[in-house]
Design a protein around this ligand. Structure first.
Ligand SMILES: Cc1cc2nc3c(=O)[nH]c(=O)nc-3n(C[C@H](O)[C@H](O)[C@H](O)COP(=O)(O)OP(=O)(O)OC[C@H]3O[C@@H](n4cnc5c(N)ncnc54)[C@H](O)[C@@H]3O)c2cc1C
Length: 447
């Protein structure tokens, strides 16, 4: 069915033929008849990674297949969401080892983007095996031991190696559905980075930064760090009686697109000021349910509409450890000076990591939301130059505008990645608007 469709940033909006995945046989027939297609989960990537002239909606392929209770390994179809997994397995004492800032993503989307979260690993570290349909209709069962090259390229491969049908994922045991959280207010970037560098035992950490603050206040922030609570951490007797009960929280909804003028430098400045000062100084400990800790944005349905019809983009870059201390202040200064304003600016330190084409590796990354305006992309082109100068890269799952040069310079395996997808898919059946924009199918870029 042809429909108007966009990813989470509401930019760009395209007309596409949307087909629903029901079975491997139906998919193989579609692949043989369709010149160009891309898989789509819940469309929570921000830009154009899940857009093409034909879109295969995998959410309809969303059943659990098996669960190994001894080892905590769940096998499911790719359209199962992280919310589905948590709803079924938290009451049984299991949790996802890595989760992004929304649970409304599918297993297929989480693997294809190799999503990261507040812990120091990425989703694909916990993918035991998967089953993928290639462009010739063949179904490949792959893991670190079997078809390992195909496996490593599919992890973070943005749907360009094939369509993931099933995956087996390692879960971690938990005693409760709660997190022991500490918030720490930091007066500037030095204080915050020192805190990240001395995390000690904390499994989860992330910091909100006031990206409008300048001078001595640059990098003022609030760090949130957390740990799965054990039963003895729960003080409330109701929680103690039902430690694995999932809370149903009331949801707010943004009913329509906001007018463009609602977001401007003044409102961003006021929001950032209020958020920082609302957090008490010093260190504060709370027990919160996992939704509050991991998914605060999920409490507001359709919050992407506050950016209005023109949409928004998230600029997320990563700098290696060796350049982070020099590069982050320079980039933050540039961002606050450019006056684009971002309500959401999140800093995270990532641990040692080694994947073939995924975004995360050891270093610091910063994510900022910007409304799409005439100036926005020109400013982001300037930021790209700095990110490249400090040896960094951009996150494809959030991107809608980077140029091929940025991709090929930022990702050290970019050329090999493109050669591999060309070998497995010589006709270029799996293509997104993003893969075309980045020149991933153009031999001049990678031969
Ligand atoms: C509020 C919010 C917070 C977020 N926080 C984070 C975060 O903390 N960390 C992070 O890493 N990301 C984060 N993201 C981004 C999000 O996790 C990723 O974009 C994720 O890939 C979206 O999953 P999806 O199922 O919606 O996939 P889609 O957006 O539909 O697709 C994303 C990519 O996966 C491919 N794909 C989807 N399904 C399949 C399949 N079955 N087979 C092959 N390829 C497939 C698509 O082709 C596309 O390239 C956030 C997004 C939002 C909206």
């Amino acid at each position: 069915m042809r429909e108007k469709i966009s990813d989470w940033g509401n930019y760009p909006v395209v007309q596409a033929d949307v087909q629903h995945l029901r079975s491997p046989d139906q998919l193989s027939a579609m692949i043989s008849q369709t010149p160009e297609m891309i898989a789509r989960g819940l469309g929570r990537c921000y830009g154009d990674s899940a857009l093409s002239s034909t879109i295969i909606n995998t959410r309809t392929y969303g059943h659990f297949i098996s669960f190994d209770e001894q080892r905590g390994i769940v096998r499911c179809q790719a359209g199962v969401s992280l919310e589905d997994i948590l709803t079924v397995f938290v009451p049984r004492g299991w949790f996802l080892p890595v989760t992004p800032g929304t649970k409304f993503v599918t297993v297929g989307g989480a693997i294809a983007s190799d999503v990261h979260g507040k812990s120091s690993g990425s989703f694909c570290d916990y993918v035991v095996s998967m089953c993928v349909m290639k462009a010739n209709g063949e179904i490949v069962e792959c893991s670190a031991a079997e078809e390992s090259e195909f496996f490593e390229t599919t992890r973070g491969g943005m749907g360009l190696t094939g369509i993931i049908l099933e995956a087996a994922i390692q879960l971690i045991p938990v005693e409760t559905a709660y997190i022991k959280e500490e918030t720490v207010r930091c007066k500037d970037l030095d204080e915050l980075m020192a805190l990240f560098d001395n995390m000690g035992k904390w499994t989860y950490s992330v910091a909100w930064i006031d990206c409008v603050a300048r001078g001595s206040k640059m990098g003022r922030s609030v760090m949130m760090r957390g740990e799965h609570a054990v039963q003895s951490d729960l003080c409330d007797t109701r929680h103690q009686r039902h430690p694995l009960e999932i809370k149903q929280m009331p949801k707010l909804n943004v009913p329509m697109m906001f007018p463009g003028f609602a977001l401007n430098n003044w409102s961003v400045q006021a929001f950032n000021f209020a958020y920082y000062h609302h957090t008490p100084s010093g260190i504060h400990e709370h027990i919160v349910d996992y939704d509050t800790f991991f998914y605060p944005l999920d409490f507001v349905n359709n919050w992407n509409r506050i950016y209005g019809r023109r949409g928004f983009t998230q600029y997320q870059f990563l700098l290696p450890m060796s350049t982070s201390y020099e590069g982050l202040p320079v980039l933050l200064e540039k961002i606050s000076a450019c006056g684009l304003g971002s309500f959401l600016a999140v800093l995270k330190k990532f641990g040692k990591h080694n994947t073939f084409i995924s975004f995360p590796y050891e270093g610091y990354f910063l994510a900022l939301d910007f409304p799409v305006t005439k100036r926005c992309f020109a400013v982001l082109d300037e930021l790209d130059k700095l990110v490249l100068k400090y040896g960094g890269r951009l996150y494809m799952a959030k991107d809608v505008r980077m140029k091929p040069e940025m991709f090929f310079k930022g990702y050290e395996n970019a050329k090999i990645f493109c050669q591999r997808i060309q070998t497995w898919d010589p006709e270029g059946t799996f293509r997104s608007l993003q893969s075309k924009r980045l020149g991933m199918h153009d031999e001049r870029n990678f031969k």
